[in-house]
Design a protein around this ligand. Structure first.
Ligand SMILES: [Zn+2]
Ligand SMILES: [Zn+2]
Length: 514
């Protein structure tokens, strides 16, 4: 049974209308691992939905978190905002509502393109609406008890200065320590390090619960039934463990079913953007991996297992595996070992599985086609000419267009040089061919002219002609690469030439043989 189905059954057993929560802290550039959280949440949602339950998935943006430091990617003047909530800090580019929006918007677009069906909730708005007031009051009133729980669970000494809630200073805009002794609902007083003293109403969103008290407060507010979270929070004595006790003993609530997930590791030499020199971000992963494939990547293994994201050839391997599982799903025949992967394919469709096998154009093939045609129309023309596509549904065209975009992004930033080429408009200058090579091309031009223009026949024609010639198989192949792309090697010739116009190829071979 697929892991998402196991979790879904557990959740559905105890809950009539389950709510699954996921979230993100948009304080900076978003890592590939954040995608795992969103997709894990969505997969459980769709599996629960498949059991006939009325289920919701919420996506909580921690827009009220403080900016912890000025990160290297931020301009110098951002030093002044350290310690302020990111929803109150201006956006670095000037085009977004605030800092939180700036960093989370591309990610929200991505989550949308991945088909994740969630409700977006901004934490700073929950505070402004006073939704945290009850839990803030409880945590402040039972502060001694909170301190005891934290110490017992983490094994650290009790911290008498621990603040479950930090008000925002009205003078400097930073989170600051409250005065515990004078707290009386709904007013909290503080004395900031900037010298300002103030008094605020906890119902007005002028402060926030600190992390270990805020997370369980969200469980209480939403009645969260299940939540995926990074394994760092799941460690013994970590914030899930303290959250469980705080939600029960302080807030009189129930903890969610935990779905801890392992990190996503970036693998191999392909993990840096070639021209920018920056590591692969979550957005890079979205831009170069077709959404259906990215969904599948996170679903094929249990959340407790680490995932290697290989931005080199791994992107193509993964897309090929996805296509294979798609074929198996529609054929309906597969081994027991493939069962979970086929189910992962199905869950990756978010309850919207196509009715029949979609037209599959592999990313591997598109790597070649995209390098021959600079526009999507050009790509379509090639694929139509060689019979790869005929009648396409709008959904199939959309999927193909997205795949082409992903392949182009990958070629520009991450693809190994070995797969890159550009077809020269004429025989590349400076190429010297031997008499034997010219004779080979001459013989080949005649045979190609008569040959049926499909990959298999072309491949066989080239191989036969080369074997009969003194240049041999290897020499024949490299001669063709040299006159077409000016390199000694390239994509598999049968497929490669089949994607090109027949007369273009024949003319080139004739030209070079003279
Ligand atoms: Zn911006
Ligand atoms: Zn202050």
């Amino acid at each position: 049974m697929h892991w998402a189905d196991v979790i879904a059954e557990d959740i559905a057993k105890n809950c009539e209308e389950p709510l699954i929560a996921t979230g993100i802290s948009p304080t900076g550039i978003i890592h590939v691992g954040s995608l795992r959280e969103a997709i894990t949440g969505e997969s459980v949602r769709s599996a629960v939905k498949g059991l006939g339950k009325n289920v919701r998935l919420i996506y909580l943006i921690d827009s009220y978190d403080p900016l912890r430091k000025r990160y290297d990617f931020l301009p110098k003047e951002f030093e002044q905002y350290v310690g302020m909530p990111i929803s109150n800090i201006p956006c670095p580019c000037g085009k977004h509502k605030n800092y939180a929006h700036h960093y989370v918007q591309p990610f929200l677009d991505a989550v949308d393109s991945l088909g994740v069906q969630c409700e977006i909730i901004w934490t700073h708005e929950l505070y402004e609406q006073g939704l945290f007031a009850e839990t803030i009051d409880m945590a402040m009133n039972k502060r001694e008890q909170v301190i005891k729980i934290l110490s017992e669970v983490t094994g650290k000494e009790e911290n008498p200065n621990y603040a479950p809630y930090t008000p925002i200073c009205s003078a400097c805009g930073r989170f600051t320590q409250p005065i515990f002794e004078t707290y009386e609902f709904p007013y909290i007083e503080y004395e900031c390090t900037c010298g300002n003293r103030g008094k605020d109403d906890i119902r007005e969103g002028k402060g926030k619960l600190t992390w270990r008290c805020e997370w369980p407060a969200k469980w209480k507010i939403f009645g969260t039934s299940a939540e995926p979270f990074g394994k760092d929070h799941a460690a013994a004595g970590g914030s899930y463990d303290t959250g469980v006790r705080i939600v029960k003993e302080i807030y009189d609530g129930v903890p969610p079913y935990p779905i801890p997930y392992e990190f996503v590791q970036l693998k191999g030499v392909g993990q840096m953007h070639k021209s920018l020199g920056s590591p692969v971000t979550g957005l890079d992963a979205i831009n170069m991996t077709p959404p259906e494939v990215l969904n599948y990547l996170f679903l094929r293994v249990n959340p407790s297992r680490a995932i290697d994201y290989d931005s080199g050839m791994g992107v193509l391997d993964m897309a090929d595996e996805y296509d294979r599982m798609e074929r198996l799903f529609f054929e309906g025949e597969y081994t027991e070992a493939e069962e979970d992967s086929v189910r992962a394919y199905e869950i990756a469709q978010h309850n919207r599985t196509p009715e029949k096998l979609p037209n599959q154009i592999s990313c591997r093939h598109l790597v070649n086609v995209a390098q021959m045609a600079p526009t999507f129309e050009g790509v379509l023309e090639i694929l139509k000419r060689n019979g790869n596509i005929s009648d396409m549904t709008p959904a199939e065209t959309k999927r193909l267009a997205r795949r082409v975009e992903c392949v182009r992004y990958w070629l520009n930033g991450f693809a190994p040089d070995i797969v890159k080429f550009s077809v020269c408009n004429t025989v590349p200058p400076g190429i010297e061919l031997s008499m034997a090579e010219k004779a080979f091309l001459q013989a080949l031009s005649v045979r190609l002219y008569d040959c049926i223009w499909d990959a298999e026949t072309i491949g066989a024609t080239i191989a036969d002609t080369a074997k009969e010639s003194p240049v041999g198989l290897k020499g024949g192949y490299s001669t063709l690469y040299r006159i077409l792309i000016g390199k000694k090697s390239g994509p598999r010739l049968g497929n490669f030439l089949a994607d090109m116009d027949k007369s273009f190829v024949v003319n080139r071979v004739v030209q070079a043989s003279n």
